[in-house]
Design a protein around this ligand. Structure first.
Ligand SMILES: Cc1ncc(COP(=O)(O)O)c(C=O)c1O
Length: 319
């Protein structure tokens, strides 16, 4: 990292967030220790894994003289939100290629991104599936000029490098390390950043995650880690698929926040912690073992889920 990157990073990002021990009867009775690495506190806007996934992409863009970042995501994407904020903080123009049609007024995620100066370009769902198509990228270059492209979710080799570096600096003892998985970039970085005596457990937030394992193996690259038996992806806590939620999950998140003073959102971290608690209950972890869960941030997503959460709570009261 060169010195100007270091100064900017230290000014805006807390790379030394606390590790919080979770108490509570379930954890105590099981005889395990649950620790949370509070990456939700590293930066309000580029929170959690988003910072570590963007970090080396930002440095790379700067090093190669790009003044514009272009990336992809859904209308409620944490990654779009974080990239817009990173552009504002680190001095890049930003372009967000958004899946689906434009809806006005903009939702809270895109409203924030627009305030940070992000320009949007909407793609219908079919075209979005072809988003890395050369013709489309050329068309975007004609429209916006040269840009540094960051893939959907920020996942690429630079993201894996950033997460690996972050994980390798954690100096607390643990047996298991857990994270929620979307594209698998964060999990790949964690696998590369831990030594192989630790168990790494990803919780898929999407249904039908076979592709995810392959993705993670590809992102890891080195066969020694990709084929290692010390990591796994749990497919049992997606609650029906991406952004699907129910009253059990919402109750859990509310209780968790009250007991531990830690906010979760229902798309990623809520599902992971629900999964960890359920596995503790089922005796998956041995007495005396320590589980380290990475809070991957993304709390901005709560705003976009507010109405859905309210409807679930109301229907629970009525029924
Ligand atoms: C808050 C949060 N946690 C976890 C993830 C999953 O990260 P990955 O896509 O690297 O698997 C995301 C993905 O965007 C996220 O926003």
């Amino acid at each position: 990292m060169n010195s100007s990157n270091k100064i900017l990073t230290e000014k805006f990002i807390n790379e030394n967030t606390p590790i919080q021990a979770i108490s509570g009867l379930l954890i105590k009775n099981a005889g395990v220790k649950l620790l949370v690495k509070r990456e939700d506190l590293n930066n309000q806007y580029i929170s959690g894994n988003k910072w570590y996934k963007l970090k080396y992409n930002l440095f790379e863009a700067k090093k190669n003289g790009f003044d514009t970042l272009l990336t992809f995501g859904g209308a409620y994407s944490n990654h779009i939100y974080a990239t817009a904020a990173a552009g504002k903080i680190f001095g890049f123009k930003t372009i967000g290629i958004i899946r689906g049609e434009e809806h006005l007024p903009l939702n809270p995620t895109l409203g924030f991104a627009a305030k940070c100066g992000m320009n949007f370009y909407y793609l219908d769902r079919k075209s979005y599936r072809q988003k890395y198509n050369v013709e489309l990228l050329n068309k975007l270059r004609k429209k916006f000029g040269e840009f540094y492209m960051i893939p959907e979710g920020g996942t690429n080799a630079f993201a894996v490098k950033g997460v690996k570096e972050f994980i390798s600096k954690i100096n607390v003892q643990y047996d298991y390390i857990c994270c929620p998985c979307g594209t698998g970039g964060t999990l790949a970085g964690i696998i590369k950043g831990t030594n192989k005596e630790k168990q790494v457990l990803g919780f898929s937030v999407l249904k039908g995650g076979d592709f995810l394992r392959k993705n993670v193996e590809d992102l890891i690259g080195e066969k020694e880690y990709a084929k290692s038996k010390n990591w796994d992806i749990n497919p049992d806590y997606h609650f029906g698929g991406y952004a699907k939620i129910n009253s059990r999950l919402i109750d859990f998140i509310d209780r968790f926040a009250k007991e531990n003073n830690i906010s979760l959102e229902p798309i990623y971290t809520g599902k992971m912690f629900y999964g960890i608690y359920d596995l503790v209950l089922k005796g998956h972890f041995k007495k005396g073992e320590t589980i380290l869960a990475i809070h991957t941030g993304g709390l901005q997503g709560l705003e976009g889920m507010k109405e859905k959460i309210k409807r679930i709570k109301v229907s629970k009261v009525i029924n």
